[in-house]
Ligand binder design. Sequence first.
Ligand code: PEP
Length: 242
Amino acid sequence: MLVIGNWKMNKTVAEARVFIKELLRERFDKKCSVGIVPSFVALHIAGELLEGTPIGFGAQNCYFEDQGAFTGEVSPLMLKDLGCKWCLVGHSERRHIFGETDELVRRKAVALLRHEIRPIVCVGETLEQRNSGKAISILSAQLSRALESLDLGNEEFVLAYEPVWAIGTGMVAKPPQIEEAHNFIIEHCKRMHPKANFRVLYGGSVTPENCKEIAVNGVGGFLVGGASLSVEKFSSIIRFCI
Ligand code: PEP
């Protein structure tokens, strides 16, 4: 299992330092890979404190160019320089608040792979799309466009199924919905890239209380938002995954 904590726009550098030091006091087995994705400003301190530990870190977003006149953006080259292992792309907040398209997701994934940073491509349907029976066709369209002509080799490629209606709402997809979505994502990605291996994380209001029932067939770990802001809650989820 892989457990990634997405801090979103939370924690100052001082708060990040306290959190990471506390997390490092916990003892986790190597069977569960763990990572945090803090805001850009806390990446440097994360790199300093996590160096040589089993806990990885990454970013929540990037642009697809290496450098240039792109005010306010951060490139994969810069993330590599900081030691980032992962980078989220296509998180629903990026798609819905900042207008990120599947084509932009694809270009970011290409740029990240070029710098050997592992993209975590997030996909998921809105409640309206689910209620009108379109969940699977939305996933299919998002994946087809975002993963088109990516050079994945035979490395493990990580995706996250995050139903938009479950993110930060306390609503969690039901186990059969999760199983159906995860199995569809894996099959669809395999059809597109037969040689690659895929891991699909579930994200959307994951807590220590519900992670057990969410861990159905096809779930390769969790992308945790709100609950990853607390060392206690995040550690309990990690402990469940071991
Ligand atoms: C997320 O940010 O990816 C997420 C799943 O958030 P939450 O766990 O708060 O729903």
